[in-house]
Design a protein around this ligand. Structure first.
Ligand code: PEP
Ligand code: MN
Length: 337
């Protein structure tokens, strides 16, 4: 349930409402807008149903929220949330681009990639150090060493780091080296990891599961938020359908759906979303037109030699062309890039 306070409600009115809710053993979540304050109520449904708040001073109305996710919901928090990741704001007016190789392969590869993406305006260096590969015989990533390389190179080029975490026991050292912890599609419903991420203080990029509905995805974010970490960024990366021409089917309607249902930012990954480098630019442009807050794109200095996802990786030149074309679309959307 949410309690919508009247525009003229006083601090005392608000305090009395919060006190009544919390005295009943329920949790509150405040969202203070420019005019109206909303008190979100979380806890036992039966206790919530018996709370009589309607007649309290300063209360405009109470509204039942039927969805299971609450903190994630735009009803609880009508204004867009802007997340600060290593000093870069995600979800505001600026569209944030994260780019780099699928996997960290060497210092040279990372440096070449970082230099190229920085020159074109990317703010984050992406790259997997722990790779969740479909086959156990494929390159699994360099682990901790890869993570350290990522930080070192990102710092050299004044970039932030976004990288995938695959084990909840690694959270502490990931927090040391990364600015955003990425939960991959295969781990979207790894509830133990989501709960543990709820206890850390770093932004989380939550990729959509391979076959996850939007509701399941929002509930996965609720696991993180309900643990206390409210810094969640969604990432649409394509879902599994009957189509085989593309690796996944990039669901850009999810951007509009998430914007309607949630206040959290959403970025789009057209690389995994299509699996084909030629489709990355058109889908990146479409993502911005659909209202995405950012893009995460695979760029490799030599895609033909990539240890993973070469087919969907842009060369530095192709990335440069793409970035120069995004400006106009961002402008039409009233945003900068
Ligand atoms: C990745 O970003 O490298 C990755 C493995 O993505 P996903 O989890 O979306 O497959
Ligand atoms: Mn990849």
């Amino acid at each position: 349930m949410i309690v919508v306070m009247k525009p003229g409600a006083t601090q005392e009115n608000l305090a009395a409402v919060v006190d009544k809710i919390e005295s009943a053993g329920l949790r509150t979540h405040l969202s203070k807008g420019e005019e109206v304050t909303i008190v979100g109520v979380i806890g036992d449904k039966k206790i919530i149903a018996n709370l009589e708040l309607q007649m309290m001073a300063g209360v405009d109305k109470t509204v039942r929220i039927t969805e299971k996710y609450k903190l994630v919901s735009r009803d609880f928090h009508p204004e867009d949330t802007i997340i600060d990741a290593g000093g870069v704001k995600i979800g505001g007016n600026e569209i944030v681009v994260m780019a780099g190789p699928c996997a960290v392969e060497s210092l040279e590869q990372l440096r070449e990639a970082a230099q190229a993406v920085k020159a074109c305006g990317a703010k984050f260096l992406r790259g997997g150090a722990f790779k969740p590969r479909t086959s156990p015989y494929d390159f699994q990533g360099f682990g901790v060493e890869g993570l350290k390389l990522l930080r070192k190179v990102a710092d050299e080029f004044d970039l932030r780091v976004v990288t995938e975490i695959v084990d909840k026991d690694d959270i502490e050292f990931f927090c040391e080296y990364a600015d955003i912890l990425q939960v991959g599609a295969r781990n979207m419903q790894n509830f133990q990891m989501l709960k543990a991420l709820g206890k850390c203080n770093k932004p989380v990029l939550l990729k959509r599961g391979l076959s996850a509905t939007i509701s399941e995805w929002l509930n996965a974010a609720e696991y993180i938020m309900s643990g206390g970490n409210e810094q969640v960024i969604f990432c649409e990366r394509g879902i599994r359908t009957y189509e085989t021409f593309t690796r996944n089917t990039l669901d850009l309607s999810a951007v509009a759906a998430v914007k309607e249902l949630s206040h959290l930012p959403i970025v789009v990954d057209p690389s995994h979303g299509t699996g084909r480098w030629k489709m990355v630019a058109p889908m990146a442009r479409a993502a911005i037109a659909a209202g995405a807050d950012g893009l995460i794109i695979e760029v490799h200095p030599h895609p033909e030699k990539a240890l993973s996802d070469g087919d969907q990786s842009l060369t530095p030149e192709a990335f440069k062309t793409l970035m120069s074309n995004l400006d106009g679309i961002a402008k039409v959307m009233g945003r900068t890039i």
